[in-house]
Design a protein around this ligand. Structure first.
Ligand code: NFS
Length: 656
């Protein structure tokens, strides 16, 4: 076939490793994406496989618009319409994503309690101030009690959120009052985290909920249970247990892998094990053994969201994002890749076998045939961690000859937690979002965008992230990022303060220079999208920008999304009042009516809505238009016009 081959990545290091894999006949996700086309029916939500009579396929008529009569005929064997089928599929994606984030939150809560009880040696409370603040927030008595006693109660109270059956999850109280009322009115306030996910599985079973409005209402409720529940619990407790991130210098890309050291790549999501591996790798005894095998030291690097977690708290370098996991092994210099849960490609087991690399699984929830399983035991975590490190050391001398590590690595500043942003903007005695709000009101900053999410092998690696983020900052939009998207921008050099002068519009650049921040802020992993919700609420509470998140000049995007977690995140952004645009593909296009409901009617209900635009520049402008619409509604659009002609700019104009 003469079909033109698509560019696979815009990252030089990745392209080198893709070429190396090709010359060694190693099959990568990039190659499989070329040979396996997405199913045209399933990818748009028109295939129902929820019972044994199907799968029922209800495709749109080819090459022409559907008439209402044709739409009526598009039904599964049980009579389910194309709308019901697409809504069921979409809502199940939310359930999958919310379950993944929330099960992560549950694991953190369990470890938190064990640590507070002294049953998890090696773990301790690192951020006492945040513990006390959280105790106050959720009504745990402080009094004269020890931190340990308080922590046990905090942990137990938050763990109970997962199995709660009625009322409302506790963190909803953190949202603006107007938002809380709206959720109550729409019956979108989650009663308990697990309950809402289970209810989706029930309602999408054959013959249950057959009204797409009603299915989507439950989708919103489960997604809110993720963002304001499971994910927020994960972030809060991780901060207390491992430390709240503060700005630090890191580096990113495959060039962080070292030729002369034992390389351990930590890949996955939960920082429980990785925190201990960080400690084990610094153990002098381990370093000595490594040296005895001829290595100069032990080099840790992260992959995917685990990478973000250990970067934010320890400055451990980032080896790469989702589509670079196979490529790290292709360098031939990875001695162990240790994984826990989520976003781990099964192909890693095969690719490891082409090299000396050992793939190590650690979670009883996620095993891979061909991998070595060293189960993580939180009650003896340091032992599990040392075993992983020892496995890597012993494997170091077995490296083959075919090693090639790309030179590319880029500096970044990470660690922008909500607390850090608050502090950096306002100083220690009056930390607040006031300066941010002020600069939005005076127009130097036009608005704020959260750009998040994955890579997707169906679109060139990192291309859409970087194009979108550059377009946004050029237009004076402050960008905050998590997940693989954050890593993409970091690789492109957008997360250093100098990037403000090089890439940002004049207004945004002037604020970044005054405060000393990059124009693109790394706020953490995907569960840390909950930090964006907290930051947005802080902006509302600070005043001057309306009284709900939906009033703010903000927008969200996931230009290269692929995971169900991204859909859950998008849904809770939207249900929290944020306009959110996704790229690559959209999973409900098989039903025009349902898609229009999500893209239009949702705004009437939640003040936020979905959009789909694969072109990242066009998508950025949808966000900018939305931000301008909100500025206008707030009556601050004029201020922005003035700033375009402030004195400094006039001088520059004169100089031209
Ligand atoms: Ni988020 Fe993080 Fe990356 Fe996507 Fe996967 S690592 S949790 S799902 S691929 S951003």
């Amino acid at each position: 076939m003469a079909e033109e081959k698509k560019k696979k990545s815009i990252d030089a290091a990745s392209l080198q490793m893709i070429a190396k894999a090709c010359s060694e006949e190693i099959n990568l996700s990039f190659d499989r994406a070329e040979t396996m086309k997405p199913c045209p029916i399933g990818s748009v939500g028109s295939c129902c496989s929820n019972c044994g009579m199907g799968p029922c396929r209800v495709p749109l008529p080819k090459g022409k618009e559907e008439t209402p009569e044709e739409n009526k005929k598009r039904r599964g064997i049980c009579g389910a319409t194309a709308e019901t089928i697409a809504a069921r599929n979409f809502t199940r994606m939310i359930a999958g994503g919310a379950a993944a984030h929330s099960d992560h939150g549950r694991a953190v809560a369990e470890l938190f309690i064990a640590a507070a009880r002294g049953e998890a040696p090696g773990y301790e409370i690192k951020d006492e101030q945040k513990l006390l603040q959280l105790a106050l927030d959720i009504g745990v008595e402080i009094g004269e009690r020890s931190n340990q006693e308080i922590a046990i109660d905090v942990g137990e109270k938050l763990l109970a959120e997962f199995g709660r059956q009625d009322g409302e999850i506790l963190f909803l109280k953190r949202a603006p009052l107007k938002r809380q009322e709206l959720w109550r009115k729409e019956k979108a306030s989650p009663r308990g985290i697990d309950r809402e996910i289970v209810e989706i599985m029930h309602r999408t079973h054959a013959g249950v909920d057959q009204d797409y409005h009603n299915l989507l209402q439950q989708g919103a409720r489960a997604a809110i249970a993720d963002g304001w529940g499971g994910s927020m619990i994960a972030t809060e407790l991780q901060d207390i247990l491992f430390g709240t991130p503060a700005p630090l210098l890191g580096s990113v890309n495959l060039g962080v892998i070292k030729k002369d050291e034992v390389n351990i790549i930590i890949h996955g999501h939960e920082p429980l094990l990785s925190e201990m591996i960080v400690a084990a790798a610094q153990d002098p005894e381990m370093i000595k053994i490594a040296e005895s095998k001829g290595a100069k030291g032990i080099n840790l690097a992260g992959m995917c969201c685990t990478a973000n977690e250990i970067l934010m708290r320890h400055g451990v370098p980032l080896a790469g994002n989702f589509l670079q996991q196979e490529l790290a092994i292709v360098t031939g210099a990875v001695d162990v890749m240790v994984v826990d849960v989520q976003c781990i490609m099964e192909s890693l087991a095969n690719i490891s076998q082409c090299f000396h690399t050992k793939l190590v699984t650690t979670s009883p929830k996620a095993k891979i045939p061909g991998a070595l399983h060293i189960e993580f035991d939180e009650h003896d975590a340091i032992r599990s961690a040392k075993e992983v490190v020892k496995t890597a050391i012993e494997n170091f001398p077995k490296r083959g000859k075919n090693i090639r590590i790309p030179d590319e690595k880029t500096d970044l500043i990470a660690g922008f937690s909500h607390e850090t942003i608050n502090y950096m903007l306002g100083g220690i005695f009056r930390s607040s979002y006031h300066p941010l709000n002020d600069n939005i009101i005076n127009g130097r900053i036009r608005g704020v965008a959260g750009v998040v999410g994955c890579n997707n092998a169906r679109t060139p690696h990192n291309e859409a992230h970087i194009a979108m983020v550059k377009e946004l900052i050029k237009n004076d939009i402050l960008v905050i990022q998590t997940g693989c998207s954050a890593m993409a921008s970091a690789m492109a050099g957008l997360m250093v303060p100098e990037a403000a002068a090089d890439f940002a519009g004049k207004g945004l650049a002037s604020v970044c220079e005054a405060v000393g921040i990059p124009p693109v802020l790394h706020v953490g992993s995907c569960v840390d999208n909950s930090r964006i919700l907290v930051a947005a609420t802080a902006m509302v509470k600070d005043g001057g920008l309306g009284d709900d998140i939906s009033d703010l000049p903000v927008a969200g995007a996931a230009p290269e999304w692929m995971s169900e977690k991204a859909i859950s995140i998008g849904q809770y952004f939207v249900a929290s009042g944020v306009f959110t645009v996704f790229g690559v593909t959209w999973p409900t296009i098989g039903s025009e009516e349902l898609t229009s409901y999500l893209f239009n009617d949702f705004e009437r209900i939640y003040g936020g809505k979905w959009a789909f635009e694969p072109d990242p520049i066009k998508a950025a402008h949808l966000m900018i238009d939305h931000i301008d619409k909100k500025r206008k509604a707030l009556g601050i659009d004029k201020a922005r016009e003035r700033v375009l002609y402030d004195m400094e700019m006039r001088r520059e104009l004169d100089a031209v």
